[in-house]
Ligand binder design. Structure first.
Ligand code: PGA
Length: 263
């Protein structure tokens, strides 16, 4: 069985001291559960200290971004090879990167490849803008972002990666509209369909697909319960330890209900 993945994207918030404090609060509330994986994506500055502090049975670390070259004169950048010992995952192509930093399809593709080359699991973020949605282009955008980002990977590489469907209009930083879980289910299904077309049924079954966009403790369950949804990517609500641990709790509850209904 695939684990439920709950990812906290702290974006450009919290200095190292605040990040440690939040980790401490979360550690007090979050229990070890073998079927749930909780991933924290702090600023790059906090990765080193948090890597020494985390209970690895409870948490894994993710970077929020990295540069695709392994080394060179790229002042200000941090490479995937530098992060190799610190993180298990890295967000790639988050809308914050694409919108504010003009990250192109090619750059996202190169970053996905660099992550895989360095043994870091990419959490590839894709999603459409409000205009694209209104024009009925959601599927096209998913198709284009997915095919270009994955174009240098093999079917075997794909099985391990994570794809986060994050409609840009639903992310709190942008429009922050509440998405309807049923609509999201269609997009998630379409992502798997695309993976199947490109890489076959095994990759489509094994790839983990998350939903992200203004997820909070009230609606997390509705997304987690969607068919084919393997978890959630949480931004704003992950900065609040009450809300974030309640999201993890809703995953525990969902899993125990599923187990009870089977027995
Ligand atoms: P949000 O962010 O939960 O604040 O909408 C999601 C994300 O940035 O991944």
């Amino acid at each position: 069985m695939k684990k439920i993945l709950i990812v906290a994207n702290w974006k450009m918030h919290l200095d190292t001291h605040e990040a440690s404090l939040l980790l401490h609060r979360l550690s007090q509330r979050i229990k070890v559960h073998r079927d749930i994986e909780v991933v924290l994506a702090p600023s790059v500055l906090s990765l080193q200290p948090l890597s020494l502090e985390i209970d690895r049975r409870k948490f894994r670390l993710s970077a929020q971004d990295a540069y695709f070259k392994d080394e060179g004169p790229y002042t200000g950048e941090v490479s995937f090879s530098m992060l190799r010992e610190l993180v298990h995952y890295c967000l790639i192509g988050h809308s914050g990167r694409r919108v504010y930093f003009g990250e192109s399809l090619e750059m996202v593709r190169d970053k996905v490849q660099a992550a895989v080359r360095n043994g870091i699991v990419p959490i590839l973020c894709i999603g459409e803008t409000k205009e694209e949605r209104n024009m009925g282009e959601t599927k096209q955008v998913i198709h284009d972002k997915l095919t270009s980002a994955l174009s240098n990977l093999t079917a075997e590489d794909i099985q391990d990666i994570v794809i986060a469907y994050e409609p840009i209009w639903a992310i709190s930083t942008f429009e922050g509209e509440v998405a309807k879980p049923d609509d999201m289910a269609k997009a998630i299904k379409y992502i798997r369909y695309q993976i199947k077309e490109l890489y076959g049924p095994v990759a489509a079954r094994d790839v983990r697909v998350l939903y992200g966009g203004s997820v909070d403790d009230h609606d997390a369950r509705a997304y987690l319960a969607l068919d084919g949804c393997d978890g959630v990517l949480v931004g704003a609500a992950s900065l609040n330890y009450h809300q974030f641990s309640a999201i993890v709790d809703s995953a525990y509850k969902l899993l125990s209900e599923r187990t009870n209904s089977k027995s």
